[in-house]
Design a protein around this ligand. Structure first.
Ligand code: ZN
Length: 184
């Protein structure tokens, strides 16, 4: 008998990091929700939990499709073809990205958003999100449009973030070390 691990074995993907051109390309809309899309979403969740992270967009594993997954409260969610239909307020949060490991940058973005997307059942749904979830939606949506955190930073932050990231990527820091850049 197959163990559950074998029965549900899925292809493991590496998370793409800054410098990979797939991260700065615009992802395509999902037209058909077939078995491939379901398996892709499972692989994305696996990569996200392994990292570990709270959210992951398909381009981060090299797939140019409008899909992202997240889990902020123990429930895995997959959303397709998302768009933000409303946003309100302002909120500062120390944002990190699995594709820019080691770097956390304080950024100001809208506090609340209303997201419209399609679920794996093909239903169009709307989700009202505040603070962390709203930030996650904005961050993952950026990935689907080929936008990385660097583009959301102030010029001073970007300069510091790029040089810090280079230092981290060149192995100038110990494993797992993180760098925080405040709002300026
Ligand atoms: Zn990211």
């Amino acid at each position: 008998m197959l163990s559950p691990q074998v029965a549900f074995q899925i292809v493991a993907y590496d998370i793409r990091t800054f410098g990979d051109p797939v991260l700065t390309s615009v992802a395509e809309q999902v037209e058909n929700i077939d078995g491939k899309i379901v398996r892709l979403s499972q692989a994305m969740l696996q990569a996200m939990y392994q990292a570990p992270g709270l959210g992951l967009a398909a381009p981060q594993i090299g797939v140019q499709k409008q899909i992202f997954v997240y889990d902020v409260d123990g429930v895995p969610v997959t959303l397709l073809n998302p768009r933000i239909v409303e946003s309100r307020g302002e909120w500062v949060y120390d944002e990190g990205c699995l594709s820019i490991p080691g770097l956390y940058v304080e950024m100001l973005r809208p506090k609340e958003v209303l997201l419209e997307a399609v679920d794996l059942g093909g239903n169009t749904i709307q989700i009202e999100a505040d603070e962390l979830l709203a930030r996650l939606f904005q961050h993952e949506l950026d990935h689907l449009n080929g936008v990385l955190m660097f583009e959301r930073m102030t010029p001073d932050q970007r300069e510091e973030a790029l040089s810090e990231y280079k230092r981290i990527a060149d192995g100038g820091t110990s494993e797992g070390e993180t760098r925080h850049i405040g709002l300026k």
